[in-house]
Write a protein that binds this ligand. Structure first.
Ligand code: AMP
Length: 190
């Protein structure tokens, strides 16, 4: 089974497209953002440690995120195919992921990089903030998150391109057209 990373800036549609792909292909969804938000609600140690970073638009430290992914992979053995959404976000996270997947004799098969222009990203995130009340979907934090994405996460595109698994996908337009573009890559791998 395939292990995919759905990659892209905040607001690029990673969560939405993950859900559509899961309906179509039955992958397991691993969203570090969702896991962290649940940890905050549950007031766990992880949640308490992560909250200030999330509210400030910063990345949660690698050690916490890598520990989280390690325990998630132990629970849901990556044998049925994973969609990793919002992880990895730094080169050290990507390196740790490679080691963890190697333990299960598997690897990252494709990185699907949803490309959306900056103005559209801000627009989408502000709209999502109005609907969901997410504490980090306000203009100030959105701008910080986009800057963090460009500085710390975007370099992963070249990292995965070097490994021959990076696919740029046009992330604007109708939802079903974006899903179709993603599916084309997945079907070619299957
Ligand atoms: P997301 O829902 O993926 O947009 O994530 C929301 C926030 O959770 C991010 O702005 C980060 O503060 C934190 N977060 C989620 N995933 C990661 C990760 N892989 N590394 C560091 N921080 C993360």
């Amino acid at each position: 089974m395939l292990n995919l990373i759905i990659f892209g800036a905040p607001g690029s549609g990673k969560g939405t497209q993950s859900e559509l792909l899961i309906k179509k292909y039955g992958f397991e969804h691993v969203s570090t953002g969702d896991l962290l938000r649940s940890a905050i609600k549950a007031q766990s140690e992880l949640g308490k440690a992560a909250k200030q970073y999330i509210d400030n638009g910063q990345l949660v430290p690698d050690a916490l995120i890598i520990g989280l992914i390690e325990s998630v992979l132990e629970e849901r053995r990556p044998q049925h195919g994973l969609i990793l959404d919002g992880f990895p976000r730094t080169i050290p996270q990507a390196e740790a992921l490679e080691e963890l997947l190697a333990k299960y004799n598997t690897r990252v098969h494709a990185v699907l990089d949803l490309q959306v222009g900056q103005e559209e990203l801000v627009d989408r995130l502000l709209k999502r903030g109005q609907a969901s009340g997410r504490s980090d979907d306000n203009l100030e934090t959105i701008e910080k998150r986009l800057a963090v994405y460009h500085a710390q996460t975007a370099p992963l595109a070249a990292y995965y391109a070097d490994k021959g698994v990076h696919h740029a996908i046009q992330g604007s337009g109708a939802l079903e057209d974006i899903t179709a573009r993603l599916s084309q890559v997945i079907d070619a791998l299957n």
